[in-house]
Design a protein around this ligand. Sequence first.
Ligand SMILES: NC(=O)c1ccc[n+]([C@@H]2O[C@H](COP(=O)([O-])OP(=O)(O)OC[C@H]3O[C@@H](n4cnc5c(N)ncnc54)[C@H](OP(=O)(O)O)[C@@H]3O)[C@@H](O)[C@H]2O)c1
Length: 416
Amino acid sequence: MSKQLTIGLFGFGVVGEGLYKVLQQTPSLNASVKKVVIRHPEKKRSAPPDLFTTDASAVLNDPLINVVVELIDDADAAFAIISTALLNGKAVVSANKKCIAEHLDELLSLQERTGSALLYEAAACASIPVIRNLEEYYDNDLLRGVAGIVNGSTNFILSRMIEGDLSFKDALLLAQQLGFAESDPSLDVDGIDAVNKLAILLLHSYGVITRPGDLLHSGIRHITRADIGYAEEKGCRIKLVARAVKLKNDRVNAFVLPQFINQSSLLHNVNNEYNGVTIRSGLADEQFFYGKGAGGFPTASAVLSDLSALRYNYRYEYRKKYREQIPALAADAFLKVYVSFDQQHDIPETVFEWIEESHSGPGRSYIIGAIAQENLLKSDWWRQPGVSLILTAEPFVEDLELRSVKRRSLQLAGVV
Ligand SMILES: NC(=O)c1ccc[n+]([C@@H]2O[C@H](COP(=O)([O-])OP(=O)(O)OC[C@H]3O[C@@H](n4cnc5c(N)ncnc54)[C@H](OP(=O)(O)O)[C@@H]3O)[C@@H](O)[C@H]2O)c1
């Protein structure tokens, strides 16, 4: 017999209200919302007024509430709510990727200490069940890599730039008008939301915990129509891709960067606000998850699935983290990149290990070559307005012999 869930809900916004409605239509779940904590009591709500309170302790200290569902838009307050709920013996479901990614270590310790479960399927790719699949199905040894379009706003903007001939600015404006981007879009367009999700995926893929800010990441803010045109000429689309890969040296490399995606990639046709994740494993080769990465009902569907799992006492066991051999996280790859820049910029050729192609135009120039990942982590010349750096379709240079030959030929040519 599965247990009765008595829920204290934090937040009644896009996702919270969506979840409330869905729960009304799912009596079989054996779950009821006892109290909803919100911030602004004056707002009109589509639920009975006596359900709402601004007093967090009305949920956190109620012994009859056995599950806290945290769906607020404030990551710091969310961490306090989740921690207190776990310490008070309640199971927690959250969709707050920023809070979870920034506090992975503490949240794991809290779960260990209290024995209470924290589930957060909605925190990476909303409706796509990627966390539980990585956690349960793919063994660390067999998992070669995970690559995904995990942010719907940036994917919508890039799709409009490609299909609507829009500039970044106009595509962003359209995304905001249609509700696909926030009024402050920086978390999305600078790749921060995507790198938060990548940090969560890294834990469930390889057992690796890292601070999201330490991973190489950028967004799509400086991508121009000229870059889109170059990609189209080569039969590619530009996508913002979050990637964790086990390289030949058995180390895991992870970053979020825009990339040219060619037609043979399963990510090529993930357009507009949709998300898509490919998982590459040793035996099964490549598998693909596709779906809505945002929105009230799609996100609520993942929260609902976590609630359903709690009825059977499901919890993440973090087996990959607690097993002995966690692969090292390294940022020592050589990446093949396209760098385009306007006339105000002079990109030093010395930053490249070698250069394969370069072009100087009246408005914009570009260089295609290989760069050490460490170089990108340490410098910010490539993040300046007027410069865009995009990974090529096959970005990893794993053949180090080839690298030294090419480096040597650059030295002989007097470039480095
Ligand atoms: N929207 C999506 O598509 C989506 C997808 C995946 C994950 N998520 C995540 O889901 C969470 C909720 O997102 P959302 O889009 O539903 O946000 P939202 O529409 O902005 O709603 C936020 C809700 O949180 C409440 N709130 C804020 N601070 C609070 C506090 N300290 N105590 C109690 N309530 C508080 C607000 O109260 P008032 O109503 O009183 O202002 C509001 O009801 C976020 O972590 C977000 O990253 C969202």
